[in-house]
Design a protein around this ligand. Sequence first.
Ligand code: SF4
Length: 235
Amino acid sequence: MSTIGQVHSIQSLGTVDGPGLRLVVFLQGCNLRCKCCHNPDTWEMLADKQFTAEEIVEKAKKYREYFGEKGGITLSGGEPILQAEFCYEIFKLCHENGINTCLDTSGSVLNDNVKKLLTETDRVLLDIKYTNNNDYIENVGCSLEKPLEFLAYLNENKIPTTIRQVIIPTINDGEENIEKLNEIVEKYTCIDKVELLPFKKICQTKYDSMKIEFPFGCLDTPTKETMNKLNKLLK
Ligand code: SF4
């Protein structure tokens, strides 16, 4: 019997979550509580929408002509690996239908189900949210060791990986952070791309409607100059 997945929302042709044009499926549920989170409405495990893997892949098949060589499906969230079995079923079916698969994750869980899911994953978008453990503990809710363990596993299994980091003024917008990120990246040959993303506050309205505080709501969005400067420091 097919696993039933908890789905927050589906974006038909996304351009920022993996290569090419992609069907991006945002899964419900997250084990972390990042202070910069853009999607607090995905935190709870139960969603209003439930789908089987077959239903998701049927949707992906409708967009196949737009995917081209690079595009495909991306599972994001929330944290998709909390529903690893459901994700595995989707990716396996995608591969049977010639559709490229990409997983967007914080890499905080690495169990047998997640390892099985990675056997059907063409690319991982892995967040390295900060480069020091204190920031991880304080602003994410897990240790830096977790995504690094995940990254080591991706490297061992030669799974192409994009590292992503949200740049947040006063927290990780210094040159030292990028130097540390470079030191991490150069250790793993599976990494072929690093993306720095500017912190944005467009999600403030979600926090307001949920009547909870946006912990980083008082911080600014980084300037274009800062983003350019930090991007130039990336190796
Ligand atoms: S891992 Fe993603 S969805 Fe979960 S709290 Fe952090 S930013 Fe939000």
